[in-house]
Design a protein around this ligand. Structure first.
Ligand code: F6P
Length: 369
């Protein structure tokens, strides 16, 4: 059985789910102090997939040197490696199996005293279940979507909104030169934080988020009235999960190997088509896609990731397991993983940032907020 009494000497670390800027900075933030405290650090490859399939390598100091600014993850990641929802293909048919015992076997065989799991909502759900099976887990919240209630911010979000903001700056020049409506579709899944923060910082005129189903006429009115006022262009920032009142989210594809099979995408194109057909204004759309997840983390994310990583190893050394590091105000604290996964953080109509955007004239695609 897993030993909770002796000193922590050997830890594992993995990155789960979609990649995002700052993962390597967390790995470095965990490994450097771990080495300084005489701990051995094992890097588990490709997220939980590596834990189930036994893919591991030791991380030495040289491996975590010079990776602070590097995007992606040196460990690899996967969003299909849920040990409790393990897809296997038989005769072209996907069967879902429970491989959690294999994950526990490897954890014990590698003699790990703790596992640092870096990931989003999905990773934290898996972590909680593995923790219930006896693994000593410390979670670190990652996601460009920023949709974890338990932390004021996840790392990766700031880098994503920097990309959105810069992209909108670029779209502005074509929008104003050609007097066009430019629609930009951004990520975020079921939460509108990327659209709200990226759209506001880029100066979008309309921001559509999943939490506020929009009215088509409100969008047409906004872009036409701007045109009539002599502002002959508009920028519309659409979250991939945005949907019209009474309508559904636009699903691009389904991947049954994933715990959540839905792949969103396509609403930007639909919004652009409808604006063009209903207002007569020349309209173009851009889907920003994975550009939002790639590249080097912003200084804010490098700092947050480092603070998260160093706090996570401190928790592991102190044997405060089953906890996830979290930003609360300006301090790094920790919360129970089981509490962290109980609530998704969504944009609401009274949020100060949304109200500030509205006060400077941004439309959320509704006649009244
Ligand atoms: O959760 C991060 C995220 O980038 C979402 O914003 C997006 O819906 C999803 O992952 C895309 O996943 P994938 O990289 O598997 O297409």
């Amino acid at each position: 059985m897993v030993n909770r009494t002796s000193k922590v000497k050997k830890i594992g670390i993995l990155t789960g789910g979609g990649d995002c800027p700052g993962l390597n900075a967390v790995i470095r933030g965990v490994a450097k102090p771990a080495h300084d405290n005489g701990l051995q650090v094992m890097g588990i490859l490709d997220g939980f997939e590596g834990l189930v399939e036994g893919k591991v390598c030791e991380l030495y100091n040289k491996d975590v040197s010079g990776i602070l600014a590097r995007g992606g993850t040196i460990l690899g990641s996967s969003n299909k490696g849920d040990p409790f929802h393990w897809p296997e293909e038989f005769d072209g048919e996907i069967k879902i199996k429970d491989r959690s015992k294999a994950a526990l076997r490897n954890y014990e065989a590698w003699d790990l005293d703790a596992l640092i799991a870096i990931g989003g909502d999905g990773t934290m759900h898996i972590s909680q279940k593995l923790s219930d099976m006896g693994m000593n887990i410390v979670g670190v919240p990652k996601t460009i979507d920023n949709d974890l209630e338990a932390t004021d911010q996840t790392f990766g979000h700031d880098s994503a909104i920097y990309v959105v903001s810069e992209a909108i700056d670029r779209l502005h020049t074509t929008a104003s030169s050609h007097h066009r409506v430019m629609v930009i579709e951004v990520m975020g899944r079921y939460a509108g934080w990327i659209a709200l923060h990226g759209g506001l910082s880029g100066g979008a005129d309309v921001i559509l988020v999943p939490e506020i189903p929009f009215e088509w006429d409100a969008i047409y009115d906004k872009v036409t009235s701007r045109h009539m006022m002599g502002k002959r262009f508009s920028i519309v920032c659409v979250a991939e999960g945005a949907k019209p009142k009474g309508g559904e989210m636009v699903v691009k594809a389904k991947d049954m190997k994933r715990t959540d099979p839905i792949q969103l995408g396509g609403i930007g194109e639909l919004v652009a088509k409808n604006i063009s057909e209903n207002t007569g204004l020349e309209t173009r759309f851009t889907v920003l896609g994975h550009l939002q997840r790639g590249g080097s983390p912003t200084p804010y994310d490098r700092i947050l990731s480092t603070r998260f990583g160093t706090h996570a190893i401190e928790l592991a050394i102190k044997k405060k397991f089953g906890r996830m590091v979290a930003l609360k105000g300006n301090e790094i604290k920790s919360v129970w993983i089981k509490d962290a996964i109980s609530k998704q953080k969504l944009v609401h109509k009274e949020h100060q940032t949304l109200l500030a955007a509205n006060a400077v004239g941004v439309s959320f695609g509704v006649e009244e907020l």
